[in-house]
Design a binder for this molecule. Structure first.
Ligand code: A2P
Length: 308
């Protein structure tokens, strides 16, 4: 699928990306997955400092580009600011470190990974309090607007083409937009038929913010991949449920299916044209089945339903 979307700054984002979260401990696996993806036509790779794989993803990109005869500018690479680097003073170095690990010259899209900053003093990537909730950065005191201000300044370096956010709900976007000089190009959130987030998508559209879907297949241990409606539609197109999910997803925004299996990587980008009726049937799935698969214990409101 070579479909693209145009962002609010005129830049283009490819509709399907290889997701690399939870690609496993063995870093060679994600390296091979990235190369396999570039070889079969993916032009968009999504990673994050918090996935712990930027170096191997970068190596996969560099080798994959060479092997596929592609140039750096043929592809779009996203990475994300870790939650322990939310203080504005930490953002430039966190960005440079990500870029150095990836070693690909520039980043296409740099995102604030969560609307939350965690205590940077603990020495841990995800510091926790004794009760299991996240150890919030008291110095930043929840002011993600300040983090965003530091991210805006990164655009002046020319080393990042677009900045965005991830996991932002409508109330948090409203707050951010009050002081933002640059409207986020993208909001990357969990999106699939069990969590279609229609209101959030509508809100983002009204503000010119593109939405990218993470966990579009329902993440690991997905129950989506057994859904009967999806199975029926997949069968009608002689395709898989995963392909049906990606095909539905790209009617709404960009989609980031994760796989480390070369055959599944190849198949996930082979989308089909769904009919209006099929799209409607998939839209209706959330009337009877809803599930958010990714819900860390933040201890404070993050998702839209937390604010209701
Ligand atoms: P694997 O990496 O072994 O392929 P999500 O993108 O929603 O996070 O879902 C990723 C999960 O779905 C992973 O467990 C991944 O496992 C699995 N997966 C990816 N592509 C397919 C596919 N085409 N069919 C079935 N499972 C898939």
């Amino acid at each position: 699928c070579q479909k693209t979307f145009t962002l609010n700054n005129g830049n283009v984002i490819p509709a399907v990306a290889l997701g690399t979260w939870q690609s496993g401990e063995d870093q060679d696996v994600v390296y091979k997955a990235v190369k396999a993806a570039l070889a079969v036509g993916y032009r968009h790779i999504d990673t994050a400092m918090m996935y712990g794989n930027e170096a191997e993803v970068g190596r996969g990109i560099r080798d994959g580009l060479k092997e596929a005869g592609l140039k750096r500018e043929d592809i779009f690479v996203t990475t994300k600011l870790a939650t322990i680097h939310g203080r504005p003073s930490m953002v430039p170095k966190a960005f440079e470190d990500s870029l150095a690990r990836l070693d690909i010259g520039y980043i296409d899209l740099y995102m604030m990974h969560w609307p939350i900053a965690l205590n940077p003093a603990s020495g841990k990537l995800i510091p926790l309090k004794p009760d299991g909730s996240r150890d919030i950065d008291e110095e930043l005191d929840g002011k993600f607007e300040l983090t965003w201000g530091a991210m805006e300044k990164l655009l002046d370096t020319g080393k990042v083409k677009n900045i965005g956010v991830a996991n932002f709900s409508i109330p948090n976007l409203e707050r951010l937009l009050k002081t933002a000089k640059v409207v986020p190009a993208v909001n990357q959130v969990e999106l699939h038929p069990y969590l279609p987030q229609n209101k959030l998508l509508e809100y983002c559209k009204s503000k010119g913010i593109h939405c990218s879907a993470y966990s579009p297949l329902g993440s690991s241990n997905s129950t989506l991949l057994q859904n009967e409606t999806l199975a029926k539609i997949a069968k009608a197109h002689d395709t898989s449920i995963a392909q049906t999910l990606v095909s539905w997803g790209i009617t709404r925004g960009s989609v980031l299916p994760k796989s480390v299996n070369p055959e599944r990587i190849k198949s996930n980008i082979e989308t089909v044209e769904l009919t209006e009726q099929e799209i409607q049937e998939i839209n209706d799935i959330s009337k009877t089945n809803t599930k958010r698969f990714v819900r860390p214990n933040w201890g404070i409101p993050v998702f839209d339903e937390d604010f209701e």
